[in-house]
Ligand binder design. Structure first.
Ligand code: PLP
Length: 367
């Protein structure tokens, strides 16, 4: 009998996450020069890491032989001060994805339910499966979370409900009024998770930290992977009232975030200049793609994040065609959107090159 017969069935049944294609893989497979390839696939920062973070991490290297601060006190303290929270409200994760897993550890089992939107970030579903929980998908007409329908989907077994705001891969958000109306109805036995991975890119950011301060059962997720440009470091954090936060602290490994990531994150959070430059570049990138798609008559979802979902006919074919031209985008079949691709904003030059490659590929497909 195969070893899987002895393994945890939930693990056997799990589908692996498909990440954006790495530049080095693409270069090797297609015989291209990696320096000529651009990655517009994983919502990374085109300006690179915060320079202050690089400096801090170089200094931290000198102490690489010492275990990291397991309590992450310096970073958690800085986050708490910045957001007007207490240090007990802050939980560090090996990427905010780890916080998602910790929430599942704390609240899911085979009897529990997790609610998310139909086109929500796929990691929620992958994690729910790992714990054998029922994954409840609520339709999102127009690719926008329908909070009323999500509230109506709550049952006695619901333990987690995810609101990705803005959502990936749709780039849409829900506003303050809808959130407040939803929170007025949210029952105590459900932890409402606001995944705010792209929060810093918003022009009109809603405030959900007030619910943390009020002691409601919410968890707000933020990350250093996106605007701060530290995706490789794997560091993010959850913000929650002490009741929820304490459970997450109990569920994590002793040294789940490493010392370089802690040092880099601490410096990056204080690098207002890098944040402002990245925000500005992204506003320009969004405008470039929105205008570009409109001009070409392509159907797209106007985005408030740092990527745009656009309908191209055959997403897999367009992905491959663009790959051959050294432009990595993300096909959306795993999101049940086989006709769409998702493109991350880049520098002005990268955006133009992406549109030019898209034009070539689309022209080749119609002839
Ligand atoms: C990118 C992203 C994250 C961040 O993941 P990390 O583990 O922090 O790198 C979380 N949620 C959503 C919706 C994302 O798109």
């Amino acid at each position: 009998m195969g070893i899987t017969a002895y393994a945890n069935q939930f693990v056997c049944d799990r589908h692996a996450y498909e990440p954006g294609k790495p530049i080095e893989d693409t270069a090797r497979e297609l015989g291209l020069d990696p320096r000529g390839i651009i990655k517009m696939a994983s919502n990374e920062n085109p300006l690179g890491p915060s320079p202050l973070a690089k400096e801090a991490m170089q200094a931290a290297l000198e102490k690489a032989h010492i275990y990291p601060d397991g309590g992450g006190l310096a970073l958690r303290g800085a986050i708490a001060r910045e957001l007007d929270l207490e240090i007990d409200n802050v939980v560090l994760g090996n990427g905010s994805n780890e916080i998602i897993e910790l929430l599942c550890h704390a609240f899911l089992n085979a009897e529990a339910e997790l609610i998310a939107a139909e086109h929500a970030f796929v990691v929620y579903k992958l994690m729910a499966g790992l714990f054998g929980a029922r994954y409840v998908e609520v339709p999102d007409p127009g690719f926008v979370h329908d909070l009323e329908a999500m509230a109506a989907a709550i049952t006695d077994r619901t333990r987690l409900l995810f609101i990705a705001n803005p959502n990936n891969p749709t780039g849409t958000m829900v506003g303050q009024e809808e959130i407040d109306r939803f929170m007025a109805k949210a029952p105590e036995h459900v932890v409402v998770c606001f995944d705010e991975a792209y929060f810093e890119f918003l022009r009109e950011p809603p405030d959900v930290l007030k619910y943390v301060r009020e002691g409601r059962n919410v968890c707000v997720l933020r990350t250093c992977s996106k605007i701060h440009g530290l995706a490789a470091l794997r560091i993010g954090y959850g913000l929650a009232a002490p009741g929820v936060a304490d459970l997450l602290q109990k569920a994590r490994q002793p040294f789940n975030t490493n010392a370089l990531a802690q040092a880099g994150a601490l410096a990056a959070l204080g690098d207002a200049d890098h944040i402002a430059r990245t925000r500005q570049l992204n506003f320009e990138g969004l405008e470039c793609f929105h205008k570009g798609f409109r001009k070409r008559g392509l159907n797209f979802v106007p985005s408030v994040a740092n990527f745009v979902l656009v309908e191209v006919g055959d997403g897999d074919a367009v992905f491959s065609g663009m790959l051959k031209r050294g432009v990595i985008v993300r096909a959306m079949r795993t999101y049940k959107l086989p006709g769409w691709i998702r493109i991350t904003t880049g520098t002005a030059g990268q955006n133009q090159r992406t549109l030019a490659a898209l034009d070539e590929v689309l022209a080749g497909m119609t002839t």
